[in-house]
Design a protein around this ligand. Structure first.
Ligand code: AMP
Length: 452
């Protein structure tokens, strides 16, 4: 059998690739209005970064990382030898730890300096159980803001995220924004212990995994999908009742800004999110209907201790990531149609193979003048060439034949208007040469008018 792409990965074919490009450009367009600048970090990092940053007990780190070592080290390891921890690498399961590492490494936040506002887009890797909306390689767009504890930054990021969904075409009434506060290093440990005790008190009613979570990551029990566990967790202590005064004030201020901005949200005191690094504000955007369990299309929160975890100077931070594939599924479920892209602006059709050299040169001139152009290279009939151009939604077809050449002309068919004009070939050549010399893009319509 022919080799297939690995399970849980998808090829972004030209159509999907164009949509991904549009998605990134739309997101970066929105985020840059809030002062965010692009950053690209490596696709793999030292495994240690994710272990320390995301947390060893999280599902992502304990079960889902694709980790690797180089060939030489693999031999050493298989031979029973020891491999240094900095020789173990993992494909990034998310973007935050890498960006925070880069900010620390390059000193992008200086004491008293302005916050670093960074945005990224690219593939992430998690060895998950594959299902619709849950892949092993998926694309995320995200932002990170480092260097401010101001609750306005949290609210601003949430507003920006909701603006993006609107801009990409997701109807606001189809989404719900959940928010919560996870507390800080002062109030969370006691709460964590309270949840751990609660889990152990209800050991007999919970699944094995939730019982083991009591010792490793008790808050994750709120995310268990099993009906029994969900019932039990309804009576678990809530973080909202355990927040310290500072966390309460911070949370109230975030909500105040969201209210001012007219952003609707649902307070969900059980929203804990899967990664260990969150402190205070957390949020998640879900699609209300039709996406099953994979209904989260984006989320994030504050992580005021992460920088220290990865060895940098204490620096507060906040970020979010949104999933490309799930957003597209949500858009498609709403009946959203992406415009069929017009890749080619013109097509040069040959009436007879004898004029191919001249047609070939016209194609080059059109391209040099800035117009995406193509022609037939399979010896197709004129009718078939028009069919190809029509299928590709090409707006203009230039037709060149022996008669046209003899008359020094070329026919230009406007495929949308279904009409034709005869152009003077010499004038067209001159107009195209002129267009090739200017930096400003020229409209094809102007070139055609000048050549008729
Ligand atoms: P997270 O990094 O887990 O907070 O995820 C942020 C967003 O990325 C989610 O809301 C999803 O839209 C998307 N996402 C996370 N994991 C996957 C996955 N395995 N497959 C597809 N999308 C994902």
């Amino acid at each position: 059998m022919a080799i297939q792409a690995p399970k849980g990965t998808t090829d972004l074919l030209p159509r999907e690739s164009r949509i991904w490009d549009h998605f990134k450009r739309t997101a970066f367009g929105v985020f840059s209005r809030y002062g965010y600048e692009p950053i690209e970090t490596p696709i793999f990092e030292q495994t240690e970064l994710f272990v320390r940053g995301i947390g060893e007990a999280t599902d992502v780190v304990s079960k889902e990382m694709f980790s690797t070592i180089t060939g030489e080290n693999l031999k050493t390891l298989l031979g029973g030898g020891h491999v240094k921890s900095n020789s173990r690498f993992s494909l990034r399961p998310e973007g935050t730890a890498s960006v925070v590492r880069a900010v620390a490494q390059h000193n992008l936040v200086t004491p008293g300096g302005v916050p670093a506002k960074l945005m990224y887009a690219g593939p992430m890797f998690r060895a998950e159980n594959v299902q619709k909306g849950r892949q092993r390689q998926f694309n995320q767009v995200g932002i990170e803001c480092l260097g401010s504890v101001d609750p306005a930054i949290d609210a601003e990021a949430i507003i920006m995220l909701m603006r993006f969904y609107h801009k990409i075409g997701l109807k606001p009434e189809t989404l719900r924004l959940l928010i919560n506060s996870m507390g800080c290093e002062k109030c969370r440990p006691a709460y964590r212990d309270a949840v751990a005790h609660f889990l152990l008190d209800h050991e007999s009613e919970l699944c094995e995994e939730c019982v083991s979570r009591a010792h490793t990551n008790p808050l994750r029990a709120f995310d268990c999908k099993k009906e029994n566990c969900r019932e039990v967790m309804k009576n678990a202590p809530l973080i909202i009742d355990a927040l310290c005064e500072e966390c309460k004030d911070h949370y109230a201020a975030v909500k105040g800004y969201l209210d001012e901005a007219g952003i609707a949200y649902i307070e969900d005191p059980t929203l804990v999110r899967g990664l260990d690094y969150y402190t205070r504000t957390v949020f998640e955007v879900q699609v209300v209907e039709g996406m099953g369990a994979q209904n989260a299309i984006g989320g994030g929160g504050r992580y005021d201790k992460l920088m220290e975890e990865v060895g940098g100077n204490p620096t507060p931070g906040l970020g979010f990531a949104l999933g490309f594939e799930r957003c597209i599924l949500a858009l498609e479920a709403q009946g959203f149609q992406f415009d069929e892209a017009r890749v080619l602006e013109c097509y040069v059709a040959c009436v007879d193979p004898a004029v191919k050299p001249q047609a070939f040169m016209l194609v080059q001139r059109l391209r040099d003048a800035g117009f995406a152009t193509d022609m037939d290279h399979q010896g197709k009939s004129l009718k078939a060439q028009f069919k190809v151009a029509g299928k590709q939604h090409v707006p203009y077809v230039f037709v060149l034949g022996p008669d046209e050449l003899a008359a020094g002309s070329v026919t230009c068919r406007n495929m949308d208007a279904h009409d034709e004009v005869t152009l003077n070939l010499e004038k067209l050549t001159k107009a195209l040469e002129q267009a090739a010399l200017t930096d400003e893009p020229t409209a094809l319509g102007d070139v055609i008018t000048q050549s008729s």
